[in-house]
Design a protein around this ligand. Sequence first.
Ligand SMILES: Nc1nc2c(ncn2[C@@H]2O[C@H](COP(=O)(O)OP(=O)(O)OP(=O)(O)O)[C@@H](O)[C@H]2O)c(=O)[nH]1
Ligand SMILES: [Mg+2]
Length: 180
Amino acid sequence: MEEGMQLIDENGNFNVDGLQDFVTATEFAQSGLSYAIVAIIGSQSSGKSTLLNQTFHTKFKEMDAYNGRSQTTKGIWIAKCSDIDPFTIVMDFEGTDSNQRGEDDAAFERQSTLFALEIADVVLINMWCKDIGLEHAASRPLLKTVFQVIKRSFKQPKKTLLFVIRDHTKVWTCFLRSIL
Ligand SMILES: Nc1nc2c(ncn2[C@@H]2O[C@H](COP(=O)(O)OP(=O)(O)OP(=O)(O)O)[C@@H](O)[C@H]2O)c(=O)[nH]1
Ligand SMILES: [Mg+2]
């Protein structure tokens, strides 16, 4: 599967046939209960697909910077990581706070974040270092949703939240030390 499989499209439609084909092609059913799901969420063009491809050797579509900055991943995509045991499914999410989605962003963003937190064992939260500590930073509504869900769902099985801080420089190390 070249670029993975689009599980949910940008209008929120669930790809039932695609999932069935994916399960058959990857022999997912044979793994029983021994599998892991990793998801990534974060703002648009923050390098989510690139990070997954580098880490899990998947082939999710990445933005081509020569064609301008725009939304690349639409909806939610899944792929099997071929070289990790146990069976690992990687989920690439549409970037939050996108200009293309505009005002409609909040509903899709919230629903897709809830889906990631519900379904994945490990959720990578990809954020710009410069956004930390800002009142109106792009990742703030996303973080608010994440923490609201965690506060409410303390009875659920444990999840791992991994905060990935991008474009971290010496200046930001000093800043982080001063606020933590
Ligand atoms: N300099 C630099 N560029 C990066 C890095 N990671 C990704 N990029 C570039 O940033 C652009 C966006 O990367 P994507 O991986 O498509 O970002 P995304 O978060 O998946 O974007 P959406 O799917 O639209 O939300 C691409 O042109 C990448 O080549 C990085 O660590 N450093
Ligand atoms: Mg992407």
